[in-house]
Design a protein around this ligand. Structure first.
Ligand SMILES: NC(=O)c1ccc[n+]([C@@H]2O[C@H](COP(=O)([O-])OP(=O)(O)OC[C@H]3O[C@@H](n4cnc5c(N)ncnc54)[C@H](O)[C@@H]3O)[C@@H](O)[C@H]2O)c1
Ligand SMILES: O=C(O)C[C@H](O)C(=O)O
Length: 361
């Protein structure tokens, strides 16, 4: 993954996406100053669950992208005000609001990227899997509409439990005959963002330089930061490895407990998802050097879905990056084997749910 070594570039997305975004803004501003404004924005993005804790700040951050021409905000309630508010920002995209299932088709028509943070969040004491009963059906129905109205879009699932909701989405898309495994993503960027932050703090490194691949899935021990693959290379004591790994795995719970019943991570999640959306848009726009970690259909292990670094391109996942899984330390290798049964069970639970349900029209 490319990193940009410039102090001032660490303020936005903390990776190459930040630098690209800033450059794009600068170039647009220059063109406007020259009274020669060539609109660059050309991609349509829909946020489903846009009035929620993640949806609102995520929509705001996407509104800041010079690559977005149309931003469609959908929710079952309270989205009109969110859209009115965000639409006043003087950035290129046109914002529209859509409320309820009857407006979902228009929301999705011709959209390039659909981001789904719809669903309930955890309260203290709950696991992500405890959200399955509510969120599985929400994701199934939303993805069913995606299959009908924008089957070529990149579909990015934030709703938990990601380890099950992504397989549900895959099954729904298969049932509708439009499944393209390269275009379905579980958003695990927050795990990478957290790993980068905690490692930089612990090792006193410049944040912009740090890149830690996080593989596996997105729940508890299925979240596996590969500290041995940290770039720039850093050495860790056994104690540091254990502390950092456990902290990264429990970071979501850390936020759930701090919020004391009012929800889970929303702001850091919005930041992480906005980075993933921006990276996807850059890939769609032809940038040939875009890498992110994501939970995708995979043959890197014996599991059908697995989070790893992937190369993004115009058609979605252009390549999985197997090298991160080569030469693992004993600690990482054991953790990888230990996560597989839980991840497998979560994937199978999602597939079984989708296969026994009738997909909503
Ligand atoms: N992938 C990750 O790393 C990650 C990180 C944080 C949170 N999450 C998950 O994201 C989800 C949302 O979290 P939040 O804090 O924004 O919750 P929230 O309750 O604040 O917002 C959820 C929104 O979804 C909407 N919604 C519910 N059913 C819907 C439907 N059928 N169609 C459209 N919208 C619908 C709600 O009206 C609400 O506005 C949760 O499942 C949470 O666990 C995932
Ligand atoms: O922890 C949660 O429930 C939300 C999210 O998955 C996170 O990692 O913050």
């Amino acid at each position: 993954m490319s990193s940009v070594r410039c102090e001032s570039e660490s303020s936005f997305f903390g990776n190459k996406t930040g630098a690209a975004l800033r450059a794009s803004f600068a170039s647009k501003a220059q063109k406007e100053n020259n009274h020669n404004s060539q609109p660059q924005a050309s991609y349509k993005v829909a946020v489903l669950g846009a009035a929620g804790g993640i949806g609102q700040p995520l929509s705001l951050l996407i509104k800041m992208s010079p690559l977005v021409s149309n931003l469609h905000l959908y929710d079952i309630a309270n989205v009109k005000g969110v859209a009115a508010d965000i639409s006043h920002c003087n950035t290129p995209s046109q914002v529209r609001d859509f409320t309820g299932a009857s407006e979902l088709p228009n929301c999705l028509k011709d959209v390039n990227v659909v981001v789904i943070p719809a669903g309930v969040p955890r309260k203290p004491g709950m696991t992500r899997d405890d959200l399955f009963n509510i969120n599985a059906g929400i994701v199934r129905d939303l993805v069913s509409a995606v299959a009908d109205y924008c089957p070529d879009a990149f579909v990015q699932i934030i709703s938990n439990p990601v380890n099950s909701t992504v397989p549900i989405a895959a099954e729904v898309l298969k049932q509708k005959g439009v499944y393209d495994p390269k275009k379905l993503f579980g958003v695990t960027t927050l795990d990478v963002v957290r790993a980068n932050t905690f490692v930089a703090q612990r090792k006193n490194l410049k944040l912009i330089d740090v890149d830690v691949p996080v593989v596996g899935g997105h729940a508890g021990i299925t979240i596996l930061p590969l500290l041995s693959k940290t770039r720039p290379s850093a050495s860790f004591t056994d104690e540091e490895i254990d502390e950092l790994t456990v902290r990264i795995q429990n970071a979501g719970t850390e936020v759930v407990e701090a919020k004391a019943g009012t929800g889970s991570a929303t702001l850091s999640m919005a930041y992480a998802a906005a980075r993933f959306v921006e990276s996807s848009l850059r890939a769609l726009d032809g940038d040939g050097d875009v890498y992110e970690c994501s939970f995708v259909e995979s043959n890197l292990t014996d599991l059908p879905f697995f989070a790893s670094r992937v190369k993004l391109g115009r058609t979605g996942v252009e390549a999985l990056i197997p090298s991160d899984l080569q030469g693992l330390t004993d600690y990482e290798q054991k953790a990888l084997e230990a996560l597989k049964p839980e991840l497998k069970a979560s994937i199978e639970k999602g597939i079984a749910f989708a296969q026994k349900q009738t997909v909503a029209a």
